[in-house]
Write a protein that binds this ligand. Structure first.
Ligand code: CTP
Ligand code: MG
Length: 219
């Protein structure tokens, strides 16, 4: 059984708004991408790691992160995941993990892989939603208030059998996460408990929060 982690790190980080691609912003001298790679290895359940980066950074990242495969990403996250999948070889299980979720505890990788070994074909970590969510129309008028007890805020790593993930990415469907493509195939997706520390660093506030949580440590 070979398990490969794909780490998409090829986005620009437009919402963070710094002068370098978000995954290469550092906390305590360690980039978000390097932290995510380290978490994958530390889980003990990953055999190989593929990091997907902006094309101009492939050589530099390959030097800085020995032991991982580095490939160039594409314009959309799904293009980057497809590029990573092409480099995943004969994987049995594939985990896809946003580089931007840089503080994710290694135990979350372990939990997702355990659910796959237990027989699930697609697994996502999810947290209960604490805010009340509203659907709105184009004028900002509230249309509906969904029952939050049935909602989950979904994170990564998302785990799949390689067969299901390849089929999902071969289709024409569009989705904001990999599990969404699997849902479009009509396949079941299983939710396991997420982790607050697996939050995605998206905005300047999130980066400050991550710096605060790391408290200057390089771990
Ligand atoms: N990603 C990627 N290739 C893309 C877009 C995103 O590999 N074309 C990666 C990002 O590097 C990130 C993860 O997918 O680790 C989640 O995306 P997001 O948080 O949206 O990051 P960015 O797209 O970089 O940020 P923004 O949307 O603010 O520009
Ligand atoms: Mg993005």
């Amino acid at each position: 059984m070979r398990t490969v982690a794909l780490i998409p790190a090829a986005g620009t980080g437009s919402r963070l708004g710094l002068d370098r691609p978000k995954a290469f912003v550092e906390i305590g001298g360690v980039s978000l991408a390097a932290r995510s790679v380290a978490a994958a290895w530390a889980s003990g359940v990953i055999d190989d790691v593929v990091v997907i980066v902006p094309a101009q950074l492939v050589d530099e990242v390959a030097r800085e992160l020995p032991g991982v495969t580095v490939v160039a990403g594409g314009a959309e996250r799904s293009d980057s995941v497809r590029a990573g999948l092409a480099a995943a070889g004969d994987a049995d299980l594939v985990l896809v993990h946003d580089a931007a979720r840089a503080l994710t505890p290694p135990a979350l990788f372990t939990r997702v892989v355990a659910a796959l070994i237990g027989g699930a074909h697609a697994v996502v970590p999810g947290l209960p939603v604490v805010d009340t969510l509203k659907t709105v129309d184009n004028d900002g008028r509230v249309v509906d208030t969904p029952d939050r007890r049935v909602l989950r805020a979904v994170q990564t790593p998302q785990g799949f059998t390689a067969e299901v993930l390849r089929r999902a990415h071969a289709g024409a469907a569009d989705a904001t996460d990999d599990a969404g493509l699997v849902e479009a195939l009509g396949e079941d997706v299983t939710v396991v408990p997420g982790e607050a520390l697996a939050f995605k660093i998206t905005t300047p506030f999130d980066l400050r929060m991550a710096e605060y949580l790391c408290d200057g440590s390089t771990q």
